[in-house]
Design a protein around this ligand. Structure first.
Ligand SMILES: [Ca+2]
Ligand SMILES: [Ca+2]
Ligand SMILES: [Ca+2]
Ligand SMILES: [Ca+2]
Ligand SMILES: [Zn+2]
Length: 421
């Protein structure tokens, strides 16, 4: 898709538009000849990708980037859309002995920034991997201010000259797997759940009663706790097929969650981010109990470093007041992907709630989220290199029995119905 000169042009426009966005200089018109995005009109509303434009973009990017990018379908949704997996790495067709990073978007179809940041990241990587080191801001210095949320060279601009070498280094030492749209049917309908027909809460009705399962409640970790403490875990919402948090008849009842499950079981993943919106905060397991995982200190360490880059709040205290760990933690989301990724596979997994508002339409807000999370994703890739060692060193012994979860949840009583978005 891109010729070399176009590549450079695109890179400088990205940087240029970054300054424009943050200095809020009004500028009319202008668009990229080779790309739908970004437009330079900062006052314009943001044009998000959708399933078909994303699919088309991936196929276009493949034409010139097949050395570092592969595209595969992990399966089909109920309505026949592909659950796309993009892999970014050198020797991309080989499963190399390199740390694996998994980035997920759009478990919820109405949370558009959650796939947009990943599409942006894929474009950033493919735009920069083949580039010479470049003085992006034309100040005579090269790569003096990488994307880390800090003004490394003290010139009053933040992250204005990222390192092209850094991108190459990361791709040569990491396998990055992205599922930007876990729930393409939900994206198509502009709503939270997927769009499978429900036949009553237990599937026994003769007719369709409602549509969709909340995929981020469908992962099968500690699935039975809500049966034992129905009030604490809001079983009535989880099991009402017309509710927005209907978790399905059984764990992994949905094509989308089964696709993620199969992928994770057949690949070596160390760390994962699942993007949602909104709120500008991040959390990590456990999400069904206030108890700490054996890797609490590692979760905090990586989480704090990410929050330096995106300036989001790392939530380690309960949502209400200063009491640590309202139960279940952060108001409770049994069935979330992070709980299962960590609980079943030991993957250091975070939820990142992007943006101040649900699917903002302003260019400034969306671009800000996309740009910052290039930095977050790059950081997570680099951190994955030492992760296995860190996991071993930081792990403390802590019983993982569900009985303790139960006691803890019972002790603290009914949770607030205000969990992960
Ligand atoms: Ca420079
Ligand atoms: Ca540079
Ligand atoms: Ca700077
Ligand atoms: Ca910087
Ligand atoms: Zn969400």
């Amino acid at each position: 898709m891109f010729k070399n000169s176009k590549l450079k042009e695109f890179g400088s426009i990205i940087i240029l538009s970054f300054f424009l966005v943050f200095t809020v200089v009004p500028l009319g018109g202008g668009s990229l000849s080779t790309c739908q995005y970004p437009t330079l009109n900062v006052s314009s509303s943001y044009e998000y990708y959708n399933y078909s434009s994303m699919t088309q973009l991936f196929h276009e990017l493949l034409l010139n980037n097949s050395d570092i990018m592969s595209l595969s379908s992990l399966g089909k949704t109920h309505e026949g859309r592909d659950i796309w997996m993009v892999k970014l790495s050198d020797n991309v067709d080989i499963d190399e002995d390199e740390p694996g990073v998994l980035l997920l978007g759009a478990h919820h179809g109405d949370e558009k920034p959650s796939f947009e940041v990943l599409i942006f990241f894929i474009k950033y990587i493919t735009d920069n991997y083949f580039k010479e080191n470049t003085d992006n801001d034309g100040d005579g210095l090269v790569n003096e201010d990488i994307i880390d949320g800090i003004d490394n060279d003290n010139d009053g601009l933040v992250d204005e000259d990222p390192s092209e070498d850094r991108v190459r280094n990361i791709l040569q030492n990491t396998q990055i797997f992205l599922i930007p749209m876990v729930n393409p049917d939900g994206v198509e309908y502009g709503w939270r759940k997927n769009h499978d027909p429900n036949y009553g809460p237990d599937g026994t009705s003769n007719y369709v009663t409602s549509y969709g399962v909340d995929l981020n409640r469908n992962y099968g970790y500690r699935w039975n706790l809500p049966y034992i403490l129905p009030d604490q875990y809001h079983l009535d919402y989880l099991s009402d097929d017309s509710s927005w948090t209907f978790r399905g008849e059984q764990p992994f009842s949905e094509n989308e969650t089964r696709a993620v499950k199969y992928f994770v079981e057949t690949h070596n993943i160390g760390i994962s981010l699942s993007y949602h919106d909104y709120g500008e905060w991040m959390i990590f397991p456990w999400m069904h109990t206030s108890r700490h995982t054996p890797h609490e200190s590692l979760f905090r360490s990586i989480g704090y470093n990410m929050s330096r880059i995106n300036n989001y709040e790392l939530r380690i205290y309960g949502q209400y007041g200063t009491q640590e760990y309202i139960i279940p933690r952060f108001c409770g989301t049994p069935g979330s992907s992070e709980n299962w990724l960590y609980g079943e596979h030991g993957i250091i997994a975070y939820t990142v709630e992007l943006c101040k508002y649900r699917s903002p339409s302003s260019f400034t807000h969306v671009f800000d989220a996309c740009w910052k999370h290039v930095g977050v994703n790059l950081y997570v890739c680099e951190r994955s290199w030492t992760l296995e060692e860190e996991k071993k060193l930081s792990q403390i012994s802590r019983s993982n029995s569900w009985i303790f979860d139960l006691i803890e949840s019972f002790k603290l009583g009914k949770l607030f119905d205000n969990g992960v978005q």
